[in-house]
Design a binder for this molecule. Structure first.
Ligand code: FUB
Ligand code: ZN
Length: 656
């Protein structure tokens, strides 16, 4: 990837010649909706509950009492020309919180919470104009200015409204918000696509949302509109509107038409939402143009521009990508929303290709870069997720731009979406998360029960209970980290090969399996009570980065299962930057408690550098060092932290 700073001459629509887009098969398999999955998992269930009881409460308090987000809707209804409070995109936080509430109500019904959501929906509906337009910022500051500034997120807010509406309808069956969303989508279609009035969305989001609306309503107007929005990019229509002399077209993924893009550029969240929407369109139209482009862009992300935590977007300056291998640790931006976006996009790529490598990346972003954004208490957040801290970093209650809290809330609450896939002849298990579901395979209902203590242990037990004997292929993902590929490509590698291989048993007996696209495949006729057991080796592994990643030179990271570890000062006499990890270090695992979270910690006796007892010299002593999963750091006050641990003395530092 190259950081682009030049401008493209505006191109006329239609003058751009795109390769003729071949057809691709539509999805290899369908995701199984969270609404059909009951999560029982030891690791995740408490987190779903925490989102329901703490995170959503924090979002509601901040949205309705501490800030004016809900008041803006009330002001529109009153129509007394009152002042808009906050930032022009603040409506989106209301919608994202509603969407998270919708998923959470499915996981954990709560009459009070539903009442609150209904109250908000009444206020939102009352703020919609008769022509379908809905945006508190422009309605309060002057409707004459609406749809004049592509950067002002009107369509982004519309997208989040649509996502919330579809989710709320699916959980509750209540149509009010869905009807509001449909009216707004129709308004946008009539304003832009039908007259072909050029509009490059300043922040992609509406594309993926319209695809949800299309699937919900089966009205292909929304599919066409999503495709139209994608097709607006890269033709110069954004010049002076969403990019000018400091923001270049690459910032807004507007340097090339989406189907011609080859490199990841610009704002990370915008990029992730764009490619998610493009994959959704491709899945419905069979148009290979988006997929061909996205496979190359994906390699640019994963091979050259992704942190070991699955975080992306290293630069705070553009909230996004800079140049290849520029992955600093302490200043890593790694916005929580960008990791959430990685989960969305990689899920779509997996469904379209059937390849497990996308879930390897999804899992890395989910368990590390994204989950780090949420405190164990559920009510503190990280916006950026650095890989090192000198001890001054703390989670916040909220942010002026508050996209991240409700984004991590909606991701965790909709976790059930990412576990299983299915088609008429197969079941795919992508994530090992304790859960129950019933899948329709052909004409047969197949109840599935997944039990595990993942990610702490590697044993997974899957029981299937079809009412009658049913033939299908069961695909169990063999994570890349098992087979010595921490991440597709060669950006990161383990220093040693794994010592053990995964074992698969059917009804208690080891069974041979073949691997296809990263899945162990068991094809047979299944019957009630069949049990498959998978044993994934949970070894502690050392990871090194390609030498081009200067910030990881002479350093090693530790990974066990899908979890990346870090050393935090609070477990290590207040220091985390003063140790060395020699090549032959032996690591042990230890059950450990980090605040409210029981974890598996990793320990080793390591050379630790510090002042002698009398303070007269610097000495090196062997001390027991404890590393904890990255996602739990910064839950016990401020202290230094590092993911990439020095292997050479020159990288060692003492911080106060
Ligand atoms: O612009 C809306 C959101 O605010 C973006 O997704 C975040 O990166 C932050 O800029
Ligand atoms: Zn964010």
């Amino acid at each position: 990837m190259i950081l682009r700073i030049q401008f493209l001459a505006p191109l006329l629509a239609g003058a751009v010649s795109l390769a003729v887009d071949a057809q691709i098969p539509v999805k290899r398999f369908e995701p199984v909706s969270f609404s059909q999955v009951d999560i029982t998992d030891h690791f995740w269930r408490p987190k779903l509950d925490k989102v329901a009881t703490a995170t959503l409460q924090a979002c509601i308090y901040q949205t309705e009492e501490k800030t004016g987000r809900i008041r803006n809707f009330e002001k529109v209804k009153r129509g007394q020309h009152e002042k808009h409070e906050g930032i022009y995109y603040d409506d989106s936080d209301v919608y994202k919180a509603l969407e998270a509430i919708a998923y959470s109500l499915k996981n954990r019904p709560d009459a009070e919470l539903e009442k609150k959501a209904d109250e908000w929906i009444d206020k939102i509906a009352a703020a919609q104009l008769p022509d379908g337009y809905l945006n508190t910022y422009y309605t309060l500051v002057g409707l004459d200015k609406r749809w004049t500034d592509m950067e002002k997120h009107e369509d982004y807010c519309a997208g989040h409204l649509i996502e919330a509406a579809v989710a709320y309808y699916n959980t509750t069956g209540k149509r009010k918000l869905l009807d509001v969303a449909i009216r707004f989508a129709d308004h946008i279609d009539a304003t832009f696509r039908q007259p072909n009035r050029h509009w490059v969305s300043g922040h992609q989001e509406i594309e993926l949302a319209l695809m949800k609306l299309y699937h919900q309503t089966k009205n292909d107007r929304y599919l066409k509109l999503a495709d139209w929005f994608l097709d607006q990019r890269g033709r110069g229509f954004g010049k002076g509107k969403i990019w000018d002399d400091w923001k270049n077209p690459a910032y807004a993924q507007d340097a090339e038409p989406v189907k011609a893009q080859k490199e990841i550029t610009g704002h990370a969240v915008r990029a992730m939402y764009q490619y998610t929407g493009a994959a959704d369109v491709a899945a419905s139209t069979g148009d290979a143009g988006y997929m061909t482009a996205m496979k190359t862009v994906w390699e640019d992300v994963v091979y050259r521009n992704m942190y070991i935590t699955g975080g992306i977007g290293s630069s705070g300056q553009n909230e996004g990508f800079s140049v290849d291998y520029d992955l600093p640790n302490e200043t890593a931006y790694c916005e929580t929303c960008a990791s959430v976006g990685m989960v969305f996009w990689n899920q779509r790529m997996n469904l379209l290709t059937g390849e497990a490598k996308y879930v390897d990346v999804l899992e890395r972003s989910l368990y590390n870069g994204a989950l780090d954004g949420l405190s164990l208490s559920g009510d503190r957040f990280f916006y950026g997720n650095p890989l090192a801290s000198s001890g001054k970093t703390a989670r916040s209650e909220w942010f002026g731009t508050a996209c991240c809290p409700s984004n991590i809330a909606r991701l965790v609450a909709s976790l059930g979406d990412y576990i299983y896939g299915k088609n008429d002849s197969g079941i795919w298990v992508n994530l090992y998360i304790g859960s129950n579901t019933t899948l329709k395979i052909g004409k047969s209902e197949v109840p599935v029960k997944l039990e595990t203590n993942y990610p702490w242990e590697g044993s997974v037990r899957l029981t299937v209970n079809p009412a009658k004997k049913t033939p299908y292929a069961l695909h169990l993902r063999i994570p890349g980290w098992v087979s010595n590929v921490p991440v597709p490509g060669d950006l990161y590698r383990f220093t040693e090969a794994g010592k053990t291989a995964p074992i698969l048993k059917l009804n208690g007996k080891p069974i041979a399996f073949w691997e296809e696209n990263g899945y162990a495949v068991l094809e047979r006729t299944w019957q009630k009570g069949d049990v498959v057991e998978l044993e994934l080796p949970m070894e502690v592994k050392r990871v090194v980065a390609k030498k081009e990643v200067v910030a990881a030179n002479d350093r090693v990271a530790i990974q066990r299962g899908p979890l990346v570890y870090c050393v935090e000062g609070i477990d290590n006499n207040g220091q985390a930057w003063n140790l060395l990890v020699p090549d032959q270090t032996t690591f042990t695992t230890q059950l450990y408690q980090v605040s409210t979270e029981p974890v598996v910690a990793i320990q080793a006796d390591l050379p630790v550098i510090g002042p002698s007892a009398d303070g007269s010299r610097v000495v090196t002593e062997k001390k027991k060092v404890t590393a904890i999963p990255y996602y739990v750091w910064a839950n016990r006050g401020k202290s230094p932290m590092q993911v990439w641990l020095p292997t050479k003395a020159k990288q060692v530092k003492l911080v106060d």
